[in-house]
Write a protein that binds this ligand. Structure first.
Ligand code: PMP
Length: 288
């Protein structure tokens, strides 16, 4: 963890950064968050992340404590103060701390904004070479998964089940047997006929920023991209599979529930899309 955090207008060493125990984020997970990657000291695809933040806030009727352009300034300041070349910037906005613990929205309470940085080697991740193993688990989440809420208990349990099963990510599965998404990533498969499949955006999944960019890059490469649901059985039989997220970019999936995907090594298309995404992210189109 890097040193300097932002809390409601102040920059402070992380060990001294504090919010109230009455903060509704702490009591009710009544808040939203964003995570954007930093590569070469620049925020990647941050316009898309801030647009999603604004949408999450609107859907929950939480006022933003700052205009989005000022939030971008806070993020840039966090990158600078922490001397971060590569890693992640985490942002969280909650409905603030009221005097009473009451479920209804409090009147005249200022929302709370927190940001901090996490240094991480994203572009040189060893997992990009080895690929990751996925475990499928039932999707236990609420009905508004399109909102990037800090209520992440189902994802915490999903990821822990994956770790205990010797895997690096969990793919959550709806009641009909279709994959929704990863615990903290979007799920993609490539069919034997080279069609890239990912689930359409809806209230069932988070609209991934990396998902969006990767789809555009894939189309530019002449790949067919189809947005539809896919089952666990179809995923296990796929030619390739991969996941996307701001924190992992594009990572090949080499097994699902212990079944090898393709020949059990990162697939060519997954590797290509990772390389092209990093190229896109580090040129002017992806930065900012
Ligand atoms: N789905 C879920 C549930 C996530 O937590 C994330 C990570 N934010 C994603 C998908 C990927 O979104 P993004 O590409 O915007 O990081």
């Amino acid at each position: 963890m890097s040193e300097i955090a932002y809390v409601n207008g102040n920059y402070a060493p992380i060990a001294e950064a504090r919010v109230s125990i009455l903060d509704r984020g702490f009591l009710f997970a009544d808040g939203v968050y964003e995570v954007a990657a930093v590569i070469g000291g620049r925020l990647i695809d941050n316009g898309a992340h801030l647009a999603r933040l604004e949408r999450s806030l609107r859907e929950l009727r939480i006022d933003s404590p700052l205009p989005m352009a000022r939030i971008a300034d806070v993020e840039a300041e966090i990158v600078a103060r922490n001397g971060m070349d590569e890693g992640l910037v985490y942002l969280q906005i909650t409905r603030g701390a009221a005097a009473d613990r009451d479920f209804g929205f409090p009147a005249d309470v200022a929302p709370s904004l927190v940001a901090f940085a996490q240094k991480k080697n994203i572009t040189g991740s060893p997992a990009a070479e080895t690929g990751v193993k996925v475990l499928t688990v039932p999707d236990l989440r609420w009905a508004r998964r399109d909102i990037k809420s800090t209520a992440l208990l189902a994802q915490v349990l999903a990821k822990q089940a994956a770790v205990e099963g010797g895997c690096q990510e969990a793919w959550m599965v709806d009641q009909d047997g279709f994959v929704t998404e990863g615990s903290s990533s979007t799920a993609f498969i490539l069919t034997e006929t080279n069609v890239l499949i990912t689930r359409p955006n809806s209230t069932a999944i988070l609209p991934g920023c990396t998902r969006n960019a990767v789809q555009l890059i894939a189309k530019r490469q002449g790949l067919d991209v189809e947005e539809r649901r896919f089952s666990v059985a179809e995923a296990c039989a796929a030619k390739e599979a991969f996941l996307t997220s701001a924190s992992n970019l594009v990572l090949p999936v080499v097994s699902i529930d212990g079944r090898r995907i393709g020949d059990g090594a990162p697939g060519d298309t997954s590797r290509l899309l990772r390389r092209l995404y990093i190229e896109w992210a580090t040129n002017a189109a992806g930065a900012g």
